[in-house]
Design a protein around this ligand. Structure first.
Ligand code: NCD
Length: 340
């Protein structure tokens, strides 16, 4: 093990940041979704029910739900799936959207998050979707603007809409009713999350949400990417370093990209990582043909997952993308107090 890995493993560096969002929700507008932490099972059931109702509507009916409303997308980090699905979701509900990205706005000139948010509000934005490299940025924006904010990923902290879309994907793939949940819905289901857990807001949100619905979450990866402190994420979560052993228990295996932009894996032996943790066809053959393969994207084919597995029959990766659109519609209606 490298020195850095030893430090991470022994001191539990980094996975922290479990809560940068105060429990006191009175400080932020109703309809905000900043973290899964304070989402009750009833809230989750409500979001799933709304998702199902919106899905059943025809396109013309859906386009009236948020007609005339204005939604701003504020993105300080790259995004393909999350940004596009939020934008298409808002448009399909009849809302007007505007995109501000750090690459082409006054953010490049040094304008603060607060001033950018106040500017968007002055221009008529009624809700803001924010992706930002700093943990807690979504809470700050919600507080200073008073607008409902949907957290589209804040640093290494939370990605609540991803966890909800992953949940809906799992329910549908398991053949369950996806329009409601309770604390036992995922009883007996084991979800193995593998790869760069340390830097992953997706892992953190899923590992908080899924056990609340009865699932067991098994985190898997080398100490460099998965310090022991990850267990602090909460109840129902365990660590298993042996991927083959973890896979034998998996109903769902969720693979994660190594986040190079957050300096992940810079002293990682990639050949060794691939040998021990890549989800390859050979590995998948050793487990049940029913095991569901997931990945939030972007996928690095040939690294954490092979192309064959990503494109294979067990892969739910494209379903996740489609469910992103469905769930985000409901989150927008919830944020704007729309009727559906
Ligand atoms: C993830 C993210 O940005 O947190 N992607 C996503 O939103 N689908 C994961 C990643 O970047 O690897």
């Amino acid at each position: 093990m490298t020195e850095r890995a030893k430090r991470a493993a022994t001191k539990g560096a980094g996975v922290g940041l479990l809560s940068v969002t105060p429990a006191d929700s009175s400080a932020v507008a109703a309809g905000s979704l900043l973290t899964v932490e304070h989402l009750s099972v009833a809230d989750v059931a409500g979001i799933l029910a709304m998702t199902a109702r919106l899905e059943r509507m025809d396109a013309a009916e859906r386009a009236r739900v948020l007609l005339g409303r204005t939604v701003a997308l504020l993105f300080y980090e790259s995004s393909t799936r999350t940004r596009t699905s939020f934008e298409l979701a808002a448009k399909s509900l009849g809302a007007t959207t505007t995109l501000v990205s750090d690459k082409s706005s006054s953010i490049e000139k040094g304008e603060s998050l607060k001033d950018t948010g106040l500017t968007l509000r002055a221009l008529g934005a009624e809700a803001i979707i924010l992706r930002h490299p700093s943990s807690g940025a979504a809470f700050l924006l919600a507080r200073v603007t008073g607008l409902p904010v949907l957290n589209a990923g804040d640093g290494m902290h939370q990605h609540p809409s991803q966890a909800l879309l992953d949940l809906r994907t799992i329910l549908l793939r398991l053949g369950r009713d996806a329009s409601t949940v309770d604390a036992k819905t995922l009883d007996g289901i084991t979800v193995v999350i593998t790869g760069d857990i340390l830097h992953s807001r997706v892992a953190r949100s899923n590992a908080m949400l899924l056990p609340r619905l009865g699932a067991r979450v098994v985190l898997c990866g080398p100490p460099e990417l998965l310090p022991e402190s990850a267990l602090g994420i909460g109840a129902g979560v365990e660590i298993e370093r042996d991927f083959d052993r973890a896979l034998r228990r998996a109903d769902v295996v969720m693979m994660l990209r190594i986040q190079k932009e957050r300096l992940a894996g810079f002293d990682l032996d990639l050949a060794e990582f691939i040998a021990r943790y890549q989800l390859s066809a050979e590995r998948l053959k050793t487990v049940s043909a029913k095991t569901i393969v997931m990945h939030p994207g972007p996928i690095i084919r040939g690294l954490e997952i092979t192309g064959e597995v990503a494109d294979g029959p067990q892969s739910a990766i494209e379903d996740q993308v489609s469910q992103g659109l469905a769930i985000r519609r409901a989150l927008l209606v919830r944020a704007l107090g729309g009727k559906a």
